[in-house]
Write a new protein. Structure first.
Length: 294
């Protein structure tokens, strides 16, 4: 299989912090998202970007990945060290495999690790911590079913996990044990999204507006997890202003809202006509954006 340089895929250095990686991920995810991108092989590149961020945003996965060192190049033939599963699995407590469409390279590093160390077969514990279960924002909104592979004393066991609609990041999901087995507790972890950011039950999104839309007001089609809705932007809207779409967040009792943050986007004056339009605005408006400065 081929080695994947996740830092190179995201376009960040190995010293990049969480905020740098998040910004890089969002930029690339918007560029290659299959629903909007016209780039060649957009879907494949989008999956690569998702996989890279999945590893590098997680402190444990990133630390384990960094143990491979800098001696491999992107696309180089690769096999993990012979003791990799034992070192990574036992030290990080990985007890199940939830690969969910990731590459063979990802699977060789993080899939099914920890074989023989989970201890699920013992009856001494009422509950067993099964680790994180990664779900997309769309899955958290609608609910889904996930099949994971548990490693019980070196034996794989398939378990179907029903994920209810409205689960939140960090929420514990308990699966009752059967046949004398301990109950399993999964912790939900929401995967990053190229448009939405989830905080509790609320969903946040940036809304790019042209200056005239903000100044004059506009009706704008805004995507939500439940479908596109029309949002009325009031005249005189300012960059950073937040508008609320009630009950458009994650479902629940109570459910969340969708918070829309306005982001003004100024078109570049790339033509003579555009430059003249800006010059007219400069003359016609008696406006100083720094008037409040001392």
């Amino acid at each position: 299989m081929q080695y994947k340089d996740y830092y190179e895929i995201l376009g960040v250095t190995r010293s990049a912090d969480a905020d740098e990686m998040k910004r890089a991920y969002r930029k690339l995810a918007r560029k290659f998202h299959p629903d909007v991108s016209k780039e060649k092989n957009a879907e494949e590149k989008f999956k690569e970007v998702q996989e890279a961020y999945e590893v590098l945003r997680d402190a444990d996965k990133r630390a384990a990945y960094d143990q491979l060192g800098r001696n491999f190049r992107n696309g180089q033939q690769f096999r993990p060290p012979p003791d990799w599963a034992q070192r990574f699995g036992q030290s990080r407590g990985q007890r199940f495999s939830d690969l969910n469409g990731f590459s063979d390279f990802f699977a060789s590093l993080f899939g099914g690790a920890g074989s023989g160390s989970s201890g699920f077969g013992g009856a001494a514990h009422a509950e067993a911590d099964a680790g994180h279960l990664d779900v997309t924002v769309e899955e958290a909104f609608a609910g889904t079913k996930r099949r994971v592979t548990l490693n019980e004393n070196g034996r794989p066991r398939l378990v179907d996990v029903q994920i209810p609609a409205g689960v939140t990041d960090g929420q514990s999901l308990r699966i009752a044990g059967t046949g004398g087995r301990a109950s399993l507790v999964f912790r939900i972890r929401l995967r990053p999204h190229h448009l939405y950011e989830v905080v509790g039950k609320d969903v946040q999104i940036e809304l790019p507006l042209a200056p005239w839309e903000a100044a004059l007001g506009a009706k704008v089609a805004v995507p939500t997890l439940g479908g596109t809705v029309e949002l009325t932007v009031p005249a005189g809207a300012q960059s950073g202003q937040k508008l609320r779409l009630r009950s458009r967040g994650l479902p629940g009792n109570p459910g969340g809202d969708q918070l829309v943050t306005i982001k003004l986007v100024t078109p570049a004056a790339q033509s003579k006509a555009a430059k003249e339009a800006y010059e007219r605005m400069k003359r016609d408006f008696s406006f100083d954006p720094r008037a409040d400065w001392p």
